[in-house]
Design a protein around this ligand. Structure first.
Ligand SMILES: Nc1ncnc2c1ncn2[C@@H]1O[C@H](COP(=O)(O)OP(=O)(O)OP(=O)(O)O)[C@@H](O)[C@H]1O
Length: 679
């Protein structure tokens, strides 16, 4: 008998169980498509600047509203004489592959070597790093930490890559815009759709906000939330983020059930301005100082302070028991109490509820000398250096040549750079940044970011890491501020020297401009780079930099943008500039996250204990290190200026990971360890 069941009933099972499931799948498909388009656009732009074609036509689909044509009238590079003018007879046609590996011999001359297969690959993960990635892939909530150079950022990149390959939706959030730029993430404010006023809202209001359509969708579109630089995230903000996620998911479990990965080093920078408002009711907290030992308030400002008699400073430690003071914070409304020791997320209940698998990366990759690693480890956890170690650092004259100087004070950095610049003869080529700030009418609190300072730069870009004006000269040492080609080892912190200027003048024609006001900003980036180049690159050729790893490449402008405000469409600030800084000196603050072959570390005017660790841990070894200490490192150590190691952090780390392991030659002083510190 013939089966008369209609074929559609007998055939494939329905792809979607319900119309709503189909709608969700459609939304997801469109999102993936959008991401792919944005990625392709970036790749195309990258190929135009760093790629292999001599005449590039990049067309955006008309529906996207942007149509740019970039034409290169033939690329020729030259090096220039010390007078700054291009010797025309040196001009040679360059192969399109611009990453060249030169030798000492061809130091100053352009090379036609196309050996771009010598690019430096990403490091292969070591065992503990691979196991950590596996742990995250297993779906567990993970907290991973480690000292400087143990590969936290490297692992972060690997985790993101692996998760995305498995089609998991990953969001990386950080406390500051600068760190967000470094990991292609966003600030947690942007992620949660907050503005600074959120701290004055009650927790119920914050939960309610998270239910708005856009915020809820963004949070619900997250499978894995990675929180980077966790040490700088105040515990109340950590709790607020948790509450927003619970509300959006309508699920009263930590972060609404999203997998959470947190990373950072609590021994490094603490939260800025912690505990300003009450977690429950958003009312400003009242602060009171008291001694950690006898719980007495400090005496009035120290009248015996002769340094600034007109402006006496409060005492740093109690006269009675010699211990330091800490702030007690009380909410005048709901009487909730907390103290500065609670500022770290690990002191919150949510941290415990997350039930993190905790991993401390032990293997240091940036340095290999056990003696140096031992010194850094002691500085990190706040152990005192012994005489031998102090002598190894103090006044040492490493093989530093023209190394960059790391200094705590911006004024010193500016002076050093200015002196170095003056000392070089030759023509100055200056590149002015191009700022773009677009504040949406529904973000009136951000309106001042559109204003200009005296130099015509936007206030919204005041803290941008790219300089407003980059002055360059032939032969000048430079440091790279962006990851322009990680495969070739050209990343944030790579050092090199300007060995020429590239005279090609891209003729750029912009037919239509239409910015998308939310989501991806690749349209904006393209537009800003093209318009920057129209204004400047035609006039001033781009600098060619020979990096220390031998790679030689013209450095093109980069547009770094950040989304601001909420609700969408977002406001945006962006600065376009050649991502270089003069490398005679940089501030220790700017050096964070960098790996340097050699450096002069100036600790003379250090004002925060963690600074010595951050600065010294940038270099790969003692050989490439020179330390300037002024009064002497022993004196700085006596003044408590050398080591970090906050006791609350040490206690947490000891409880989580056990006592610190001996590294290098630290047996002399790690014996003191952290026993008894916590009193
Ligand atoms: N498995 C590895 N093998 C070889 N090199 C590695 C490995 N992991 C990391 N590195 C290298 O070590 C250096 C430091 O790595 P990374 O910046 O990821 O460390 P970090 O812990 O984030 O440091 P910091 O806290 O100072 O920012 C980089 O040059 C990186 O390429």
């Amino acid at each position: 008998m013939v089966d008369e069941t209609p074929s559609k009933k007998r055939g494939r099972p329905a792809k979607y169980a319900s119309p709503s499931e189909k709608a969700r799948a459609d939304v997801e498909r469109r999102r993936v498509l959008r991401q792919k388009e944005a990625h392709d656009r970036r790749e195309r732009l990258h190929a135009q600047f760093y790629g292999a074609k001599s005449s590039v036509v990049a067309k955006q689909t008309p529906s996207r509203g942007l149509d740019i044509i970039l034409e290169y009238p033939g690329k020729r590079e030259y090096t220039e004489g010390q007078d700054g003018r291009p010797p025309t007879d040196q001009a040679v046609d360059l192969p399109r592959q611009q990453c060249q590996h030169g030798s000492e011999d061809d130091h100053e001359s352009p090379s036609a070597d196309t050996a771009h297969n010598k690019v430096i690959p990403d490091p292969t993960l070591c065992r503990e790093q691979s196991e950590l990635v596996e742990l995250v892939l297993s779906g567990a909530n993970v907290f991973y930490t480690g000292g400087a150079g143990t590969g936290k950022s490297t692992v972060l990149r690997a985790i993101m890559k692996e998760l995305r390959q498995r089609h998991r939706r990953v969001q990386v959030v950080t406390p500051t815009g600068i760190s967000a730029l470094n990991v292609s993430g966003s600030t947690y404010f942007t992620y949660a759709g907050w503005n600074p006023g959120v701290m004055k809202k009650t927790i119920e209001e914050i939960r309610h906000m998270a239910m708005s359509k856009e915020r809820r969708q963004r949070i619900k579109d997250t499978d894995v939330l990675i929180i980077d630089e966790i040490s700088m995230l105040e515990s109340n903000q950590f709790r607020r983020l948790d509450q927003a996620c619970r509300a959006a998911h309508q699920n009263d479990v930590p972060f609404g059930g999203i997998q959470v990965v947190v990373t950072g080093d609590f021994y490094q920078l603490p939260p800025v301005k912690a505990f300003q408002t009450c977690f429950e009711c958003g009312v400003e907290l009242k602060a009171k100082l008291f001694c950690k030992g006898c719980e007495q308030p400090p005496p009035p400002a120290d009248q015996t302070d002769t340094r600034q008699p007109s402006n006496p400073r409060p005492r740093e430690s109690c006269l009675g028991c010699g211990l330091g003071f800490q702030k007690q914070l009380k909410c005048p409304h709901c009487r909730d109490e907390s103290c500065t020791d609670d500022q770290w997320p690990f002191r919150s209940e949510v941290w415990d509820e997350c039930n993190f698998h905790c991993v401390s990366l032990a293997e240091v990759h940036r340095q290999s000398d056990p003696t140096f690693i031992g010194i850094l480890n002691s500085l990190r956890i706040g152990d005192k250096l012994d005489k031998h170690q102090l002598a190894l650092l103090d006044g040492r004259e490493g093989d530093v040549g023209e190394a960059v100087e790391l200094s705590p004070v911006r004024r010193e950095v500016e002076q050093k750079n200015s002196e170095g610049f003056q000392a070089i003869r030759g023509a100055v080529r200056a590149y002015k940044c191009q700022d773009y700030v677009h504040i949406q009418p529904h973000h009136p609190h951000l309106a001042n970011k559109e204003e200009q300072d005296g130099e015509g730069n936007k206030m919204g870009c005041r803290e941008h890491r790219f300089p407003p004006v980059l002055e360059t000269k032939f032969g000048m040492p430079v440091i790279l501020l962006a990851n322009i080609d990680a495969g070739a080892g050209l990343v944030n912190g790579s050092q090199g020297r300007i060995v020429g200027y590239s005279p090609h003048k891209p003729l750029m024609k912009q037919r239509e401009r239409k910015l998308r006001e939310s989501g991806e900003f690749s349209h904006l980036e393209e537009h800003e780079i093209v318009s920057w180049a129209q204004q400047q690159a035609a006039e001033f050729p781009l600098p060619i930099v020979r990096f220390e790893n031998g790679v030689q490449v013209p450095v093109y402008p980069v547009c770094q943008d950040t989304e601001l405000g909420d609700p969408p469409p977002f406001s945006v600030v962006a600065r376009t500039q050649i991502p270089l800084l003069p490398a005679w000196a940089i501030t220790i603050h700017k050096s964070q996250g960098m790996t340097l072959e050699k450096a002069v570390v100036n600790l003379e005017h250090i004002f925060e204990p963690q600074m010595a660790y951050v600065a010294l841990s940038r270099v790969r070894g003692l050989r490439g290190l020179k330390v300037v200490s002024g009064v002497g490192l022993d004196v700085l150590q006596e003044r408590g200026r050398l080591g970090g190691g906050n006791p609350v952090v040490r206690k947490f780390m000891k409880e989580t990971f056990g006592p610190p392991e001996r590294t290098g030659n630290t047996e002399d002083f790690l014996g003191s360890s952290i026993e008894g510190d916590e009193g």
